[in-house]
Design a protein around this ligand. Structure first.
Ligand code: PMP
Ligand code: GLN
Length: 387
């Protein structure tokens, strides 16, 4: 038998799946893989159910149903004052993941360099490499997560095709500052390349921080792609509905990749997401405030458990935690297995989000859970480690 593709074969099963399987096997509280434990807002779910019966269930248009593309354009205007042509500048994708894949396959030529800011979400590197791109990695380190401007600029060459920016950032929970965005924009413009902006946590920036799409900075409208996810914004991660906003000449090649990857996405879910994006401000503010309160609840609880040191969480629904104080004999992956089996709580090891050398003493908890579940998790950790 001839071998399968060697690059993809070289990756193991994603850490999200591995840890969720382990959590199920041991009946632990799963704060590893990032997903909320409620089922999403009733009003949005009702629309999905209604449209299943009231509207066609056959292939929708390749770019997405007009209602959702219009809603994405309106959302861009309402939150960021971006003028977007829904007909030529928006595409609906099967989750942000497929949106990212379509961008990478559509924009990268073999040999192009791609600047990444680590720690990165796990799907970036495999897809970029499969598209023929060469990752050039700039690493951020906790607890400050400061962008090293000199290192960032040095990562660009005349072969750079694009930079990937994830803000608010998973798993670092960092919201890039306006000063950092300015430097990123200037560097992208100087090297005449593109920015693919993964903004799936756009509505989860905390403590009064504002999320600023890179696309809104001077000179960036024509060279940025902005990706959102209904999974995050409406707490329905299983729906896999994403939306990409890009200037028309970039949307073209991205849609070429999309048409051969999946072509389209479930029409009733698209229509329900269109409804969701049109909800009033109280929905979006409520999502942010609820997540911020959950962050505080988990961080307060963990601060009372021996050896758990929380790193500041500025956005997303993840809490990054330093476990070096515990003196555990093993790496972050062994620690996460240990607490799953022995304490009944699952977290995610974060060394897997780094391609180079990574510290082995950090783990990530997802706090998008019922308060009682967070309390129970903290109680179990305190019972195991003392507190
Ligand atoms: N980007 C980041 C940073 C994420 O955390 C996730 C998590 N799901 C995704 C993309 C993928 O989003 P989706 O589920 O819509 O594909
Ligand atoms: N984005 C989610 C996380 O970071 C998980 C996505 C997945 O399971 N593929 O945990």
């Amino acid at each position: 038998m001839k071998p399968a593709n060697s690059l993809l074969s070289s990756f193991g099963t994603t850490v999200f799946e591995v840890m969720s399987r382990l959590a199920i096997e041991h009946g632990s509280i799963n704060l590893g893989q990032g997903f909320p434990d409620d089922s999403g807002p009733d009003a949005v779910l009702q629309q999905a159910s209604k449209f299943l019966f009231d509207k066609p269930n056959q292939y929708p248009p390749m770019l997405g149903v007009p209602e959702l593309r219009q809603a994405v354009a309106n959302h861009n205007k309402r939150f960021y004052d971006l003028d977007v042509d829904w007909q030529t500048e928006v595409i609906v994708t099967t989750g942000a993941t497929e949106g990212l894949a379509a961008c990478f396959f559509g924009l990268i030529e073999p040999g192009d360099e791609v600047v990444l800011i680590e720690p990165t979400y796990d799907c970036y590197q495999p897809i970029i490499k499969r598209a023929g791109g060469i990752p050039k990695v700039v690493t951020l380190r906790p607890p400050e997560w400061k962008l090293d401007i000199a290192a960032f600029k040095a990562a660009f060459t005349d072969k750079t095709k694009l930079v990937v920016l994830n803000s608010p950032m998973n798993p670092a929970s960092k919201v890039f500052t306006e000063a950092e965005l300015k430097v990123i924009a200037e560097t992208v413009i100087k090297h005449d390349c593109y920015a693919v902006c993964d903004e799936v946590y756009e509505h989860m920036a905390f403590d009064g921080r504002q999320h600023h799409p890179l696309m809104t900075l001077p000179g960036m409208r024509e060279r940025s792609v902005r990706i959102g996810s209904a999974g995050k914004t409406f707490s329905v991660t299983g729906w896999k509905v994403g939306y990409v906003t890009a200037p028309a000449d970039l949307l073209q090649p991205i849609s070429k990749a999309h048409q051969f990857l999946v072509f389209t996405t479930a029409p009733n879910l698209q229509r329900a997401v269109a409804f969701g994006l049109g909800q009033d401000d109280s929905y979006f503010n409520g999502l942010r405030d609820t997540m911020q309160a959950k962050r505080d609840r988990l961080a307060d609880g963990l601060s009372r458990v021996n050896g758990f040191e929380c790193v500041e969480c500025e956005g997303t629904y993840f809490q990054f935690v330093d476990i070096s104080g515990l003196g555990f004999d093993g790496d972050d992956a062994a620690f996460c297995r240990h607490i799953t089996i022995e304490a009944g709580v699952t977290a995610l090891p974060v060394s897997g989000f780094y391609s180079g050398e990574a510290s082995k003493n950090f783990i990530r908890f997802c706090f998008a859970k019922q308060d009682a579940v967070l309390d129970e998790a903290v109680g179990r950790l305190a019972a195991h480690f003392g507190g």
